[in-house]
Design a protein around this ligand. Structure first.
Ligand SMILES: Nc1nc2c(c(=O)[nH]1)N[C@H]1C(S)=C(S)[C@@H](COP(=O)(O)OP(=O)(O)OC[C@H]3O[C@@H](n4cnc5c(=O)[nH]c(N)nc54)[C@H](O)[C@@H]3O)O[C@H]1N2
Ligand SMILES: Nc1nc2c(c(=O)[nH]1)N[C@H]1C(S)=C(S)[C@@H](COP(=O)(O)OP(=O)(O)OC[C@H]3O[C@@H](n4cnc5c(=O)[nH]c(N)nc54)[C@H](O)[C@@H]3O)O[C@H]1N2
Ligand code: SF4
Ligand SMILES: [Mo]
Length: 727
């Protein structure tokens, strides 16, 4: 038989970013030979980005781990799954027995958010372990959004998205969807969707300290001084009140506390914020007026707003602007998806996600958000002796040494543990300190049902992801690894008989039976005309389109009162801090004496946080590590393009080649994170380790964070830059 006859085509969604594009995957002899966009996918319609195509490299990568490994004095050795899981179970239970449950730390990374397995199993594992020391990448990312969704709408997972397919005016603040492909906004082929706005005669405005790829396709780009969005947004709200543009519409029936916001924003006149933000007063007024006047509009913000010291209060103003102008839950506005698997409800009812500040972190007293502490204090909790000190760590799909502020200290902390287990298929900068690494199957080797991203999609949809290639017979998925570990913990804690019963129930229910039940009782289930069941969903290999977003409020609110308290006491209590900072900035004290620039981050279409740099097809050309600087600043410092420079913060110093470009505003420098694989020894991704670069998070600061949500403030980092002189 020729290879051609062996070729089979498979369809499923890409899980490398939130866009969830449909893929057409060619397989010959159980090997991926090509990946294309699936033209029949009703949501992504054939779009695919270079990462989706490069997914095959992940499956064919010789550096990928396929068997559990254990660290020994002389290096890593392969061990059996049974030995590995037994050792992990005993070590975690020993830490709990000797030091208490909080001695076990848990860090969940970003890449496995798509699958049902980790999402449904991790809460069970955490509750069996009983630890409060839970951390995730969310606290270097979107924690302000979760907290505000909990405070305003009643579930941290009830996250509104801009209805970009029907809006006439989209304001993007601190997001670069053309590169990130949309975040907390599942919108495959964002470019086509943004072009749609302009074809309808609408407008796109981008607020960003860099003229990004998204800014290039917008009608207007406004440079803003990093970290000052809160003042621009407050001034826009001020203009709405001042000019009588507050028109909440239907929301007035279920939103309380709108009037009191007027006095909160009264100091923030367009004139008062102009020097601080770098946005002149006329532009602030124009933005507010245009936003208020558009027939359908939404203001959307992401990392540039969340990753600041005022992440929660600034992002709150995004909600306020949408509510006051009548955009909440209106077509073309700020809407909620209706996922077939209703995670905002199921997650809220079956876990301890619902809540805020029920307990605080031991060392720095930072409030929990959705039962998590922020990653900015993980190293403190490992390195500070005392009751509750973390001594054993579980790392799942994460690389905190490169992705959490002050990576060097995180590195030190992980090296200091008594025990560390990682669930990951690479030896990365973090789990090189692990005692045991448990490698899961990769995406195409497992069935997948996305329980997360349909909840933040700009169009309702559902799909089942079949297994495309068969893994080795002894391979385990993330879900199987977690289940096996849970069984061992249960056996030790509950006794063999009860553990066996629990395990049997779990195996019966997960995943298919549970997904089927969730679909049947969900918004598109048996009480709707769609009558969705898992079987019906599986009949649509390209995914099932459930149509545009629908108005769901106030019915979908999960607050106790079924109303929204817009002037929420948590935000009101933070306001004096905002006012104090404003007064300080007003006196022009913006940078510490020895800093010249504010550093911002950058993402590239062919990079993905700290990983996928082992794929040679992804790490060439423009996907590179460089420090962007405005020509005027470079001239003043007498620096030339390509110069090697040092970037110094209060935390540390790293080096980078300079790239001079007027893309970044004066006073701002810009560097990507997730690089620097060659700066640490014994990492397993060999190609990535040969690449130049350093880790941006070696100079970010764990003391810079939003004290309300705990989110890391990695943007607007004060730094100084100087040429490395040859010695
Ligand atoms: N300075 C700065 N820091 C940042 C950011 C920033 O903008 N600036 N962004 C932040 C954001 S938004 C995020 S989300 C975090 C991400 O932070 P992390 O989640 O900590 O890091 P990643 O690089 O996404 O995770 C990579 C690891 O997951 C593993 N992995 C990939 N797929 C799977 C899988 O299917 N199963 C398992 N078990 N493992 C898998 C990879 O092999 C890799 O080792 O970084 C944050 N850090
Ligand atoms: N190709 C690719 N896609 C990805 C990822 C990736 O690493 N690579 N990561 C994924 C993940 S985990 C996430 S969370 C999303 C993130 O999705 P986005 O938030 O869309 O991604 P970023 O490119 O980090 O966009 C942040 C923007 O904020 C700007 N910015 C920085 N500081 C400020 C500020 O103070 N104010 C304002 N207004 N803007 C500021 C930056 O210049 C940048 O353009 O992307 C996801 N998609
Ligand atoms: S944009 Fe790229 S990485 Fe993201 S889901 Fe689509 S193909 Fe995958
Ligand atoms: Mo993220």
């Amino acid at each position: 038989m020729s290879a051609k006859q062996d070729l089979t085509l498979h369809y499923r969604a890409c899980n490398l970013c939130e866009a969830s594009c449909g893929l057409e995957i060619s397989v010959v002899d159980n090997r991926v030979t090509a990946i294309r966009g699936d033209a029949s996918d009703p949501i992504s319609r054939g779009y695919v980005c270079p990462k989706g195509v490069a997914m095959q490299d992940l499956h064919n990568d010789p550096d990928r781990l396929h068997h559990p490994i254990r660290r020994t004095d002389t290096g890593w050795e392969e061990i059996s799954w049974d030995d590995a899981l037994n050792e992990v179970g005993s070590a975690l239970l020993a830490a709990k027995r000797d030091h208490g449950a909080d001695a076990i730390g848990f860090y969940l990374g970003n890449p496995i958010t798509h699958g049902w397995g980790p999402i449904l199993l991790i809460p069970q594992l955490l509750s069996a372990l009983g630890t409060r020391n839970r951390y995730s990448a969310a606290s270097v990312d979107q924690q302000p959004q979760h907290l505000l969704s909990y405070l305003l709408f009643g579930s941290p997972l009830l996250l509104p998205v801009p209805d970009i397919d029907r809006t006439d005016f989209l304001m993007v603040v601190g997001g670069n969807p053309l590169v990130s492909n949309g975040s907390i906004m599942t919108a495959p082929n964002v470019k086509r969707r943004l072009e749609g706005i302009r074809h309808r005669g609408g407008r796109i405005v981008v607020i960003d300290p860099r003229r990004t790829q998204t800014a290039h396709v917008a009608d207007q780009h406004v440079f803003i001084r990093p970290g000052t969005d809160i003042y621009l947004l407050a001034a826009m709200v001020h203009v709405l009140f001042d000019e009588g543009l507050v028109r909440p519409g239907r929301a007035a029936n279920f939103v309380d506390g709108m009037d009191s916001i007027e006095s909160m924003v009264s100091p923030f006149t367009p004139e008062a914020v102009a020097d601080i933000t770098g946005v002149d007063a006329a532009t602030v007024r124009q933005l507010a007026r245009e936003f208020a006047a558009a027939s359908r509009a939404a203001i959307y913000a992401r990392l540039g707003v969340c990753q600041t010291e005022f992440g929660t209060s600034a992002y709150w103003l995004i909600h306020v602007l949408n509510v006051l102008t009548g955009r909440l839950d209106e077509i073309g506005g700020w809407m909620f998806a209706q996922p077939a698997f209703d995670l905002p409800k199921i997650g809220a009812k079956t876990t301890d996600l619902i809540g805020y500040d029920r307990w605080r972190s031991r060392v720095r007293g930072i409030p929990e958000v959705a039962a998590e502490f922020p990653s900015v204090t993980l190293a403190d909790e490992i390195l500070t002796p005392g009751e509750g000190q973390i001594r054993a760590m579980v790392l799942v799909a994460g690389n905190p040494v490169l992705t959490v502020p002050d990576g060097r200290r995180m590195d030190e902390a992980l090296a200091d543990l008594d025990f560390c287990v990682s669930v990951d298929y690479y030896i990365n900068e973090s789990n090189r300190h692990a005692n045991i690494i448990l490698p899961p199957t990769a995406v195409l080797e497992r069935e997948e049902f996305d329980v997360v991203f349909p909840a933040v999609s700009v169009r309702n949809h559902v799909r089942w992801g079949p297994q495309v290639i068969k893994p080795a017979s002894d391979a385990k998925s993330d879900a199987q690894i977690l289940t096996d570990l849970l069984e061992r913990i249960d056996t030790a804690q509950l006794g063999a008989q009860r553990a066996r019963l629990l395990a049997r129930a779990r195996r019966k229910l997960l995943p298919k039976r549970l997904i089927d039940i969730a679909l049947r009782i969900g918004p598109w289930g048996l009480r709707s005309s769609r009558s969705l069941t898992l079987k019906k969903v599986q009949k649509h290999p390209h995914g099932l389109d459930l149509g545009p977003l629908q108005m769901v409020l106030p019915g979908r609110l999960m607050t106790k009162t079924k109303r929204i308290t817009l002037n929420h006491p948590v935000v009101v209590a933070d306001w004096p801090r905002v006012l104090t900072d404003f007064a300080r900035r007003d006196k022009n004290i913006d940078l510490p004496p020895d800093a010249q620039f504010l550093l911002i981050g950058r993402r590239h279409l062919r990079s993905n946080n700290s990983w996928m740099h082992n794929s040679s097809r992804l790490v060439s050309g423009t996907n590179r590590y460089s420090l962007m600087m405005n020509p005027a600043d470079a001239r003043e410092l007498e620096l030339s393009d390509g110069d090697q420079v040092t970037i110094r913060s209060t935390v540390g110093t790293i080096a980078a080649p300079l790239e001079i470009t007027d893309e970044v505003m004066s006073g701002v420098v810009c560097l990507p994170h997730g690089w620097g694989h060659g700066t640490r020894s014994n990492v397993g991704w060999r190609h990535a380790s040969d690449l130049p670069g350093a880790s941006l998070n070696d100079i970010t600061d764990t003391q810079r964070f939003d004290p309300i949500s705990g989110n890391a403030a990695v943007t607007a980092l004060p730094v100084s830059v100087s040429r490395i002189t040859a010695t």
